[in-house]
Write a protein that binds this ligand. Structure first.
Ligand code: NDP
Length: 292
């Protein structure tokens, strides 16, 4: 194995420590405590785990966490009323509605009812537009975490060929926008892409955000490339439950220059970036200097 393993856990711990430091300063110097409200509708077990872990990390960073758990059959009107209340609550600087929502709720409508300044997930249409036009916005947490690790590893990304496999609104598309913003030459691949292997082999930076266990083998990777594996897939192998990414780790690590593992790569960075976004939202709301 030749690739450098990008340790997302350690990177995330550093980001969280910096956020906690800044939060402590905000409290001491300005008497302000950032607050994050997380809204969960229904009882999806994976979502419950994510929400719990977000709440715990928020408190560990010294911020206030407000959890709102609503029944699976909550009406759209009631959910929108809660969001309106949170939008108008000065103690709440960030609002996150855990996705996916139960089928009877219109996710676009719900997300777009969040005050864009409090939209710490960066999914509101205004933030999507701001990001796409290179303006100051709230940046979606998962791609932001990937970008931070890439910048740290490469320094400048300018001129590098980047291939993003996956075009979802929450990962693939914003990831591509961020890489473009850093002057990469970006290709977005998806399920209709012709000769995906060949497209991937062009990449200096290969981001896999597909949701298919170990779909990308080592011979799709350009020697020395940086591989960012966003995928989180739960599989069973040899009678044991296991988490794997969208790339075949062993074979990709043998050719790549650097690679993120699963678990311990992109995943921990997502929550760290959520905390960072909440702090940023709080600073902006109070007209204070933003964290770097
Ligand atoms: P989506 O299902 O929304 O999107 C998957 C994308 O992959 C689609 O654009 C789809 O193409 C594309 N795709 C599917 N099959 C193929 C194929 N055979 N070849 C090429 N492209 C394909 O997933 P998400 O973006 O929400 O998530 C992707 C992965 O990242 C999942 O494993 C998810 O669990 C994980 N994830 C991890 C996070 C973290 O914190 N680490 C956060 C968010 C997600 P098309 O559009 O044509 O259908």
């Amino acid at each position: 194995m030749s690739a450098k393993v990008i340790d997302g856990k350690e990177f995330a711990a550093n980001v969280r420590a910096k956020v906690a430091e800044h939060v402590a300063r905000l409290k001491e110097e300005n008497g302000i405590t950032p607050g994050l409200a997380v809204v969960l509708v229904g009882e999806d077990p994976a979502s419950e785990v994510y929400v719990r872990s977000k709440g715990k990390s928020t408190v560990e960073a010294g911020m206030n966490s407000y959890e709102h758990k609503l029944d699976a059959d909550t009406s759209e009107a009631d959910l929108l009323a809660l969001i309106d209340k949170l939008n108008n609550d000065p103690a709440v600087h960030g609002i996150l509605v855990q996705l996916p929502l139960p089928g009877h709720l219109n996710s676009d409508l719900v997300i777009n009812s969040i005050d864009p300044a409090k939209d710490v997930d960066g999914f509101h249409i205004s933030n999507v537009g701001l990001l796409g036009t290179g303006q100051k916005s709230m940046v979606p947490c998962t791609p932001l975490g990937c970008l931070m690790m890439l910048r740290d590893h490469h320094g400048s990304l300018s001129g590098l060929d980047a291939v993003v496999v996956g075009r979802s609104n929450i990962v693939g598309k914003p990831m591509a926008q961020l890489l473009l913003g850093d002057s990469c030459t970006v290709t977005i691949a998806h399920s209709r892409t012709k000769d995906l292997a060949e497209v991937c082999r062009r990449a200096d930076i290969l981001v896999a955000a597909v949701g298919r266990p170990e779909m990308i083998p080592g011979d799709w990777v350009k020697p020395g490339a940086t591989v960012i594996d966003v995928g989180i897939n739960r599989i069973e192998r040899d009678g044991k439950k296991k988490l794997v990414g969208d790339v075949e780790y062993e074979s990709c690590a043998a050719v790549a220059g650097a690679i993120t593992p699963v678990p311990g790569g992109v995943g921990p960075m997502t929550i760290a970036c959520l905390l960072a976004n909440t702090l940023t939202a709080c600073c902006r709301a109070n007209g204070l200097a933003e964290p770097e």
